[in-house]
Design a protein around this ligand. Sequence first.
Ligand code: ATP
Length: 370
Amino acid sequence: MAELTLDGVTKVFTEDDGNEIVAVDEVSVDIQDGEFLVLVGPSGCGKSTTLRMVAGLESITSGEIRLAGNRINDKPPAERDIAMVFQSYALYPHMTVAENMSFGLEESTEMADDEISRIVDETTEMMGISDLRERKPADLSGGQQQRVALGRAIVRDPEAFLMDEPLSNLDAKLRATMRTELQRLQEELGVTTIYVTHDQTEAMTMGDRIAILDGGVLQQVGTPLECYHTPNNEFVAGFIGDPSMNFFEMDVDRNQLLGDLFEYPLTPAQQESVDEAREVTFGIRPEDIDIEVDGTVDSEFEFEVTVDVVEPRGDENTIHLTFDRDVDDPETFTATVSGLRQLQAGDAVVATFPPEAIHLFDVDSGAALH
Ligand code: ATP
């Protein structure tokens, strides 16, 4: 187990026509000993490339990767003491579960056969797959194959685990079970882990900290709650949270914001932070909006709106709403309300945007204005 450091790590791919693609741009992050860091971002943002550079499967254009303080840029993958778990499991089809797990140890260590057997036994026990030891991968379910792939990483007792979307081939229910199991295992083993996913729910529920990447650039590193409550910028604000934060572009007019759909007062502190800006993006999360059915507009934070669509989600409903002044070309925003609330399309309601729940961003740079 060890601290893993990425220091200004950059990857530039050169295409056949000479075109350069900066897939990973000066990424710096320190993953503490035993920490579970989730690297998350949309498709193509550079997650896999980052992970592959740490594993040694991709060369590094510039920057440095250190494991336990030692530079590993030029070490071959097999000498890095890092185990990688892939989305595709990558099990050997002709080998049994036990053989798949012991193979790496037989190849790379001087360990005696009975020692290897003992470790494989212990690990299959821990993973709940003892009964499957003699089966071949083709005779296993997806979830079982994923356990074998994890078991194979665990028996190596590496300094760090790298996991590239390891649960994405499983159905939703099994994925939820495996998430918890993986977290329990990682905590028990205390192995420094980078876990890649494009799924923000997975990131929010699994990570000690999450690192959010967009266009190869690290946008924020923080605990899930830090990223949720104090996003660095509009991208993070929109990426974290489901349904996504609502955004409205508004002009700054001294002590208030003026938009096509509504006006909103600014506190003195907010006035100071938007001082230089002429336009801002106003953000509010669907779950922070209060909906009153028989209410009246009593403050500057309340608005008359109409229910457009009700989307049931079990214990919660997502409702799509329109501002009443926006009749010609209605632009909807979303709020979440308890599933017990009976609302239907066409209902007139009052929406409150509580001042403590609003986020403001610079329209041009997207940076949060705190
Ligand atoms: P996904 O979630 O879809 O797997 P990702 O975040 O893992 O995406 P990467 O696979 O790391 O993204 O790709 C980052 C960028 O680098 C993309 O623009 C991709 O097209 C580009 N890229 C990746 N590998 C190569 C390569 N071998 N040659 C050229 N460009 C590449």
